[in-house]
Ligand binder design. Structure first.
Ligand code: AMP
Length: 424
């Protein structure tokens, strides 16, 4: 075996302790908003049957064609690491008979996804998504409700320069008509397309509209727009969504080129763009997917969902200099001397923690100086100092680290005194 250092796989990232407060903060905000809006958390497996994603996401999508981590397990079942959550959640909805629950069923999630992509800034092979799904209600107000929820999350995070991009890609019927027209338009100018789009033109023509290659962007300007081809019902649905958004004063940009990558969408599609001014940095996206339930073998199921990229949001928050509330997990530092001090300290620290007071320590250390230095470094407000003498007398010394004043306190009064001092 080689002695070379093993590094994290390409496209993956350690989330180091210094970044964890951002992750905790974001998760807290998402969870709080979701629960308060009547969404329940769901966790689904990190790997699922490969067929679930092939059927659900669609064989002609980049995700399924190129980006899935698939493997055979020891029983030769083909499994895949989830490249997104929605297919797994719909599977769970069907498998657990959630159609028997009062509808709509509102769910949220948070966790890793895996895509074999070319790693670059903001694009990883393991990344994390949070998201929301509403099942069992086709009303346009559901679309507006999910957008309202994620809009308020982005507001709460104080993200600047974000925009809501929105479009409707109609239902299967109106989209088929449109696709024909789109193919006719692009076939005439096939030579000007990038090689990817030349290949996609028959299989997944909608994707040509949001190709980022310069020549394709140029061509997309003259392409027919789906909005002109919506059937009466789809048009009505979309107009209602926009009216509801006007009602809650959420600004949006109508984006006729927004089609989203996955096969399962219909009607409303939307993305949140944000970050660097002018840059098309998608923080997340979603849409309605009324057909997916049936595709996965269930009954007809109205559904709308959204998935946001955790790394993208945190990176954007950092770029924008957004500060998160300071976490003071361990305002108290325990300093001990001698074997008796260690034993006494080990017990006392645990008691304090059980009473809700965060205590840091370095019980393995012996030197008073080294421990005090550490207490300073960790920004402790109070140091508890326990030597042999205090241990024998059942007292502790409490030191106010900011003012440098210290007092000896009987053990039974320690909790009260600390609580009072921390309130100041
Ligand atoms: P999608 O449904 O593919 O548009 O993904 C929704 C969001 O997840 C995107 O807007 C990104 O913020 C995030 N995302 C998707 N794939 C990746 C990735 N490979 N690396 C980082 N973030 C990603």
């Amino acid at each position: 075996m080689s002695n070379a250092n093993i590094q994290a796989p390409k496209g993956t990232k350690d989330i180091l302790p210094e970044d964890q407060p951002y992750w905790r903060y974001l998760y807290r905000i998402i969870e709080k908003h979701a629960l308060k809006a009547g969404f329940e958390k769901i966790d689904v497996p990190i790997f699922e049957s490969t067929n679930l994603f092939k059927r659900g996401i669609g064989e002609a999508t980049d995700i399924v064609e190129k980006e899935m981590y698939t493997f055979l397990d020891k029983s030769r079942n083909s499994l895949a690491l989830r490249p997104e959550f929605t297919a797994g959640i719909v599977r769970a909805y069907i498998e657990h008979g959630m159609h028997t629950l009062p509808q709509p069923v509102k769910l949220f999630y948070f966790g890793p996804i895996f895509r074999y992509e070319r790693p670059q800034a903001g694009r990883y092979r393991q990344s994390h998504q949070f998201g929301f799904e509403i099942f069992g209600d086709k009303h346009a107000i559901m679309d507006a409700q999910i957008i309202t929820l994620l809009w308020s999350i982005h507001q709460k995070l104080k993200l600047k320069n974000i925009s809501l991009q929105i479009n409707s890609i109609g239902c299967r019927e109106c989209r088929e008509e449109f696709k024909k027209e789109l193919v006719d338009y692009y076939i005439m100018q096939k030579d000007k397309l990038c090689s990817n789009c030349k290949r996609r033109i028959k299989k997944n023509p909608l994707r040509l509209l949001d190709c980022k290659e310069e020549e394709c962007v140029e061509l997309s300007h003259g392409a027919p727009q789906i909005i002109d081809h919506l059937c009466g019902d789809c048009n009505q649905h979309f107009q209602s969504v926009l009216e509801y958004l006007d009602e809650v004063e959420i600004p949006y940009e109508l984006n006729p080129k927004l089609v989203r990558g996955l096969d399962y969408y219909n009607r409303t599609v939307f993305e949140i763009w944000g970050g660097k001014e002018g840059a098309q940095n998608a923080l997340g996206g979603g849409g309605r997917y009324d057909g997916l339930g049936e595709i996965l073998g269930g009954k007809k199921l109205s559904a709308i969902g959204y998935a946001g990229g955790v790394e993208r949001i945190i990176e954007t928050m950092k770029e924008q200099g957004i500060k998160i509330p300071n976490e003071k997990n361990t305002p108290v530092f325990l300093v001990q001397l001698g074997e008796q001090g260690k034993k006494y300290g080990l017990k006392l620290a645990e008691e304090l923690r059980n009473k809700g007071i965060g205590v840091a320590d370095s019980l393995g250390k012996d030197s008073l100086k080294a421990q005090m230095r550490l207490a300073n470094k960790k920004n402790a407000k109070i140091a508890i100092i326990i030597g042999q003498r205090e241990a024998a007398k059942n007292t502790v010394i409490l030191r106010d680290m900011e003012q440098g004043i210290q007092n000896e306190v009987p053990l039974e009064k320690t909790v009260d005194k600390i609580k009072k001092a921390l309130k100041k």
